[in-house]
Each structure stands twice: as structure tokens, then as C-alpha cells.
Design a binder for this molecule. Structure first.
Ligand SMILES: Cc1cc2nc3c(=O)[nH]c(=O)nc-3n(C[C@H](O)[C@H](O)[C@H](O)COP(=O)(O)OP(=O)(O)OC[C@H]3O[C@@H](n4cnc5c(N)ncnc54)[C@H](O)[C@@H]3O)c2cc1C
Length: 257
């Protein structure tokens, strides 16, 4: 089984995010593997261990993304590919990222491609389906279970809390949803082995991609943090008085009754 996992380096949204001039400050921010991509890596490793084959993790990013690729290798992936687009282009959007990934994947004869359902930073959930469309292969999103028997694949996908059971066939692209598995932590021997595993670095030129081919179709106009919530108000006094005041406030201030 020839498996590719699409991995995005994201900043950790659990940490404090600082904006400066509408741009997220990378200095001091924590960077991680997009959590949905951890499910994708774990699933790929489990399938390879059960059925044989190879797991390659691929990312588009700068040199810094090597750290996240090494983590994926330490989890158990066999090979990593860093497509360094930063040198050639400044602005990439979902169209550009999917185009580059599809150009890389088009002659790889992948049986299965696993992406995350959504990136926790950009959050568009577009890249997986776009790549599948460009490669002209089947795709199923937000999967929570996957069972491969020959060329047939049975999948369960999460539909807003309900489950949908789908049958498809290889080659296939799926996007991983929470609940698909429990991603492992890299072990110490895994971390040692990862240092020697192959990590290939490519540039757009190596993929015969011209800057114009990947020109972003969209422009981010503004990024802003949500408005700070006002502090809550605690009513004082006798319970009956508090209830009266509450009703009055709901009527006159909140205007909900
Ligand atoms: C060099 C560079 C420059 C960029 N410049 C800009 C910019 O100027 N303005 C701006 O708004 N955004 C920029 N981006 C971000 C880019 O627009 C998003 O990374 C991309 O559009 C993915 O969209 P998303 O975050 O919504 O991913 P989603 O579609 O939500 O991601 C879903 C899944 O797709 C896969 N995936 C997503 N991104 C990548 C990736 N980079 N490599 C491998 N797999 C991936 C992962 O499996 C992920 O879980 C840049 C990114 C790069 C790498």
C-alpha cells in the first residue's frame, strides 16, 4: 500500500496568539503538526503495519516545517518530503497549495492519500478535496473509520454527530476527523530512528511549477481577534430582588424579553 499523508505545520491555537498589523506574529508562537493530520499519520501507520507498504508525509512550507516532518517520521512514517515554496512565492492560498500537492502526487501512484479534515489555523477544509479533484480520484471527508479489503474501502464519516457509511475504491483520498484513532506519541527509539530516515527537499522548479501557475486566487483582506468579552455582572441582595432586577435587565438592557 503506497500511502501519502498531507501534513500542515500550524501554530498552536491553544497558545496566546499575537497580531501585529493584521499579521499573526510567528516569533514566540508554538508550532505543531495540525492535530487532524496527527490522526492521518496514525491511520497511515496502522494501515501500513497491517497491510505492508510505505508511508510518506508531505508538507508545503519553509525550512522550519522540517521539525514537524521529523516528528511524523518519529511516529513511524517512512519518508518525508518538504516542498519549500517560500523561496519562490510569498502568497499561497488553498488553490495554490492543492495545485502544488497534486503536481507532486500525480505520478506517485498513491493508493491512499490521507489529509486532515481541516487546518486549525487557516480552517478552510479545502485542500484535501481540491487535491482529489485535481488528481481525478475518489474522496471521502471527515472519516472516523476506514477498512480496506483489496481495492474496496468501507468508510464511516462523521456528519455533524451522525454517521454515514460509505463504500468506495482505491485510489482514494480521505480526510481525517477526530475519533478516527488515538495518535501515538513518538517513542525515544522512534526519535533516534527518525534522524536517519529520508527527508527530501523540493522546490517548485523540481516539480516544473511556474510561479504564475500557483498565483493565489484569493487575498486575505483582514485578520482580527474576536472582541474581548465584557466581564459578567453579579447581582446582589435578596433573591426576590435579584430576580426582579434580572427580568428588568433582560428587558431594558439585553432587550431579549
Ligand atoms: C509558503 C506559504 C505562504 C503562504 N502565504 C499565505 C498568504 O500570503 N496568505 C494567507 O492567507 N495564507 C498563506 N498561506 C497559507 C495557505 O493559504 C494555507 O496553508 C492553505 O491555503 C491551506 O488552507 P487551510 O489552512 O484552510 O487548510 P485546510 O484546507 O483547512 O487543511 C486541510 C488539510 O489539508 C492539508 N494541508 C493544508 N495545508 C497544507 C500544506 N501547506 N502542506 C501540506 N498539507 C496541507 C492538511 O492535511 C490539512 O489538515 C501560505 C502557506 C505557505 C506554505
Amino acid at each position: 500500500m503506497n500511502i501519502y499523508v498531507l501534513v500542515k505545520r500550524t501554530f498552536d491555537t491553544e497558545e496566546k496568539i499575537v497580531l501585529n498589523g493584521g499579521v499573526i506574529q510567528e516569533d514566540g508562537a508554538e508550532f505543531i503538526i495540525n492535530p487532524y493530520d496527527e490522526y492521518a499519520i496514525e491511520e497511515a501507520i496502522q494501515i501500513r503495519d497491517a497491510q505492508g507498504g510505505e508511508v510518506t508525509v508531505v508538507t508545503i512550507g519553509g525550512e522550519d516545517a522540517e521539525k514537524q516532518l521529523r516528528t511524523a517520521l518519529a511516529m513511524g512514517a517512512d519518508k518525508a518530503v518538504l516542498i519549500n515554496a517560500e523561496e519562490d512565492v510569498e502568497d499561497l492560498d488553498q488553490f495554490s497549495v492543492a495545485y502544488i500537492l497534486a503536481e507532486y502526487l500525480k505520478d506517485k501512484e498513491a493508493d491512499l492519500i490521507i489529509a486532515g479534515n481541516v487546518a486549525i489555523d487557516g480552517g478552510s477544509g479545502q485542500v484535501g478535496p481540491r487535491v482529489a479533484e485535481l488528481l481525478d480520484i475518489n474522496y471521502v471527508t471527515t472519516i472516523t473509520d476506514l477498512d480496506i479489503d483489496g481495492d474496496t474501502v468501507k468508510l464511516v464519516r462523521d456528519v455533524e454527530g451522525d454517521s454515514e457509511v460509505i463504500e468506495s475504491s482505491l485510489p482514494l483520498l480521505v480526510t481525517a476527523q477526530q475519533g478516527l484513532n488515538e495518535p501515538r506519541y513518538p517513542s525515544l527509539p522512534g526519535i533516534m530512528k527518525a534522524k536517519k530516515k529520508p527527508l527530501e527537499e523540493l522546490e517548485l522548479d523540481d516539480l516544473d511549477i511556474d510561479e504564475d501557475d500557483v498565483e493565489a486566487k484569493t487575498e486575505t483582506v483582514e485578520i482580527f481577534l474576536p472582541a474581548q468579552k465584557e466581564a459578567g455582572r453579579v447581582l446582589q441582595g435578596e433573591l426576590q430582588d435579584q430576580v426582579k432586577e434580572l427580568v428588568q435587565l433582560l428587558h431594558s438592557e439585553a432587550k431579549v424579553i
